[in-house]
Design a protein around this ligand. Structure first.
Ligand SMILES: Cc1cc2nc3c(=O)[nH]c(=O)nc-3n(C[C@H](O)[C@H](O)[C@H](O)COP(=O)(O)OP(=O)(O)OC[C@H]3O[C@@H](n4cnc5c(N)ncnc54)[C@H](O)[C@@H]3O)c2cc1C
Length: 471
C-alpha cells in the first residue's frame, strides 16, 4: 500500500536522491515505494510515523551515506531498530532503520561480543549462552540491544553485574557530519561518557562491543499472591530486599490480567500481587532465599525454579507481538505503606475495569551503585526502587485516558518520588519532557556541551531533549 495522499513533506531534491540510491546497499524508500509502510512501523502500535525518506541500512557505510544526505538536505535524522522505544515520531524526517544489521560475534576467550545496530537481545543471548556466557539483557529478548543500552539497560542480572551501559567496551557511531568514530575508555572518551546513558542524541551507533558474564543457570520466576494480601506482601517484600545479596534481582508488582482466551485460566481476568526474582548464584541458595515466601504462605501459583538463563524471558513474560501501549516510570524514595495504598487505588480495578495493566517496582542498587556516578552520563544511581506502570492503548481515547490516569498517579505519589527518572521506562514525548530528570544537573550540562561539539544543528532530535548548549 502506498500513502501518497498523506501530506508528507518530501523536502529533499530528487537528483540527490538518485545519487543516494546509487551509493546505498540497503533500501531507500519514499512514501511511494513498496516496503515504506512496513519500514515505518514500530513495535509499539501507538506510533504512527510518516518519514519523508527511509533508509533500511545494511552496513555502517549505508548509515554514513544516509547521514551525509540528511546533512546536505537539512533533514532531521531518527533511528529505529525495533520500535520498542520510539521517542519522537520521525514525521517528515529521514528515518534510518537498522533492523537488517544483525551481526553478532562472540569472543569466548575475552568474554565479549560485538553487537551490530539492529541486533535484538535474543540473538546475543543465544550466541553467548552457547559458550556459557550471558549478556546484560532486559526483561524482553526482542528489544534492541543498542537502543536498550544507550538508555542505561537494567535487566535481571543488574544487581550483580550492573547496567548494560556499564559493560560497554566500545561504541562505533556515525556523527552528524557523517564521520565514523569509535568511542571507548581510550578514544573519544567524552563521547564514550555521554553515550553511556545519553541515548541516541549524538549519532547513529553502528555497533558496540560489550562484556559478557559466566551465567548459565539462575533460580527465578514468579510467585502469585491474592490481591487482598497486597499490603502484607509489599511490607514483607520491603524487609526481604533490605539485606538481599547482589545475586538477587527482584521486583514486586500489581498485575491485572485481561479476560482474554489466550491467558491461562487461573490468571484470566484476575489481579495478583506478584514477586518476581532472578538469583544468579548457586540455585540451592536461590531456592533458600525464595523459601522465605513459601514459608510465609503458599503462593496461589509458584513457577519459581532453577532454569537455564537462556529462558530468562519467562520471568517477565512480556508480550512478544507488537501491541499498542503506553508506559511511564519514576524512581521512588523508598517503599512504604502509603505507596502501597496509592498503587492499590490506582492500579487494581475499582468500580469499572482497570485502566493500567500493571505496576512493577524493581529493586536496583547492588552493582549499579558501585560505579562512580561521574564515570558515565547515566544518572540517579543512588535510587534503589524504580516504579514502572504500563497500560494498553488500543484507541486514541483509551490512550488519552491511560495518560491522564498515570499523571494523576504521579501526582498522588509526589511525596514519595525521588525526583529522577529512568530514561528507558519513559514512553514517547515524556522522555523529552523529562530528560533533565534522567541526569544530574552537571551531567546534563556536560551532555549539552557534547551535543554542541558533535551535533550543533540538533539533527538527532528524535531522542532525548538535549539541545546544543546556549539553545
Ligand atoms: C516489552 C519491553 C520490555 C522492556 N524491558 C526493559 C528492561 O527490562 N530494561 C530496560 O532498561 N529497558 C527495557 N525496555 C525499554 C527499552 O530498553 C527501550 O524502549 C529501548 O529504547 C528500546 O530500544 P529499541 O532499539 O528496541 O527500540 P527503538 O524504538 O528501535 O529505539 C529506541 C530509541 O533508541 C535510540 N536508538 C536505537 N538504536 C539506535 C542506534 N543504532 N543509534 C542511535 N540511537 C539508537 C533512538 O533514539 C530510538 O528512538 C523495555 C521495553 C519494552 C517495550
Amino acid at each position: 500500500m502506498t500513502i501518497t495522499s498523506l501530506p508528507i513533506n518530501q523536502n529533499y531534491d530528487l537528483q540527490g536522491l538518485d545519487k543516494l540510491r546509487a551509493r546505498v546497499g540497503g533500501q531507500v524508500l519514499t512514501p511511494n515505494d513498496d516496503g515504506y509502510d512496513t519500514a515505518r512501523q514500530a513495535w509499539n502500535l501507538t506510533v504512527n510515523q510518516y518519514p519523508a525518506l527511509i533508509i533500511v541500512a545494511q552496513t555502517a557505510d549505508d548509515i554514513i551515506e544516509a547521514v551525509r544526505f540528511a546533512q546536505a538536505q537539512g533533514m532531521e535524522v531518527a533511528v529505529k531498530s525495533t520500535g520498542h522505544g520510539v521517542i519522537r515520531e520521525a514525521n517528515n524526517g529521514l528515518l534510518i532503520v537498522t533492523s537488517q544489521m544483525t551481526d553478532v560475534r562472540v569472543n569466548p576467550g575475552a568474554q565479549t561480543a560485538w553487537v551490530s545496530a539492529g541486533v535484538k537481545w535474543g540473538r546475543v543471548l543465544e550466541e553467548a549462552q552457547s559458550v556459557g556466557l550471558a549478556p546484560l539483557l532486559g526483561s524482553a529478548p526482542h528489544v534492541g540491544a543498542v537502543g536498550y543500552t544507550l538508555g542505561g539497560g537494567m535487566g535481571w542480572l543488574a544487581r550483580k553485574y550492573g547496567l548494560a551501559v556499564d559493560s560497554v567496551n566500545q561504541f562505533e557511531l556515525v556523527t552528524a557530519d557523517g564521520t565514523l568514530l569509535h568511542a571507548s575508555a581510550t578514544e573519544n572518551t567524552e563521547l564514550f561518557w555521554g553515550l553511556r546513558g545519553g541515548g541516541g542524541s549524538f549519532g547513529v551507533v553502528t555497533g558496540m562491543e560489550i562484556r559478557l558474564y559466566p551465567v548459565t543457570t539462575v533460580y527465578g520466576g514468579n510467585m502469585y499472591y491474592p490481591v487482598h494480601k497486597a499490603k502484607e506482601v509489599f511490607a514483607k517484600y520491603r524487609r526481604w530486599v533490605t539485606n538481599a545479596p547482589d545475586e538477587l534481582t527482584s521486583s514486586i508488582s500489581l498485575k491485572n490480567y485481561p479476560p482474554l482466551p489466550q491467558v491461562p485460566e487461573l490468571l484470566r481476568g484476575q489481579s495478583f500481587v506478584m514477586i518476581r526474582a532472578c538469583y544468579c548464584g548457586p540455585a540451592e541458595q536461590g531456592e533458600e532465599f525464595l523459601n522465605y515466601w513459601r514459608a510465609w504462605q503458599a503462593p496461589l501459583k509458584d513457577d519459581m525454579k532453577a532454569m537455564p538463563f537462556s529462558q530468562v524471558a519467562a520471568i517477565s513474560n512480556d508480550p512478544v507481538d507488537p501491541v499498542p501501549g503506553h508506559g511511564s516510570g519514576a524512581w521512588l524514595n523508598s517503599l512504604n505503606d502509603e505507596i502501597t495504598d496509592i498503587l492499590i487505588r490506582y492500579i487494581l480495578p475499582g468500580n469499572g475495569p482497570a485502566l493500567l495493566g500493571s505496576a512493577e517496582i524493581r529493586h536496583a542498587g547492588g552493582a549499579i551503585t558501585k560505579v562512580d556516578p561521574a564515570a558515565a552520563a547515566y544518572g540517579n544511581r543512588d535510587a534503589t526502587h524504580i516504579l514502572q506502570v504500563v497500560g494498553g492503548a488500543p484507541t486514541p481515547e483509551i490512550h488519552e485516558a491511560v495518560r491522564r490516569h498515570i499523571t494523576q498517579l504521579w501526582r498522588a505519589l509526589t511525596p514519595h518520588l525521588h525526583g529522577g527518572v529512568f530514561m528507558n521506562f519513559l514512553g514517547g514525548e515524556e522522555a523529552r519532557e523529562r530528560t533533565q530528570q534522567g541526569f544530574s544537573l552537571e551531567a546534563y550540562l556536560r551532555l549539552q556541551q557534547l551535543k554542541t561539539k558533535y551535533d550543533p544543528q540538533n539533527r538527532f532530535s528524535h531522542s532525548y531533549d538535549i539541545p546544543p548548549a546556549g539553545n
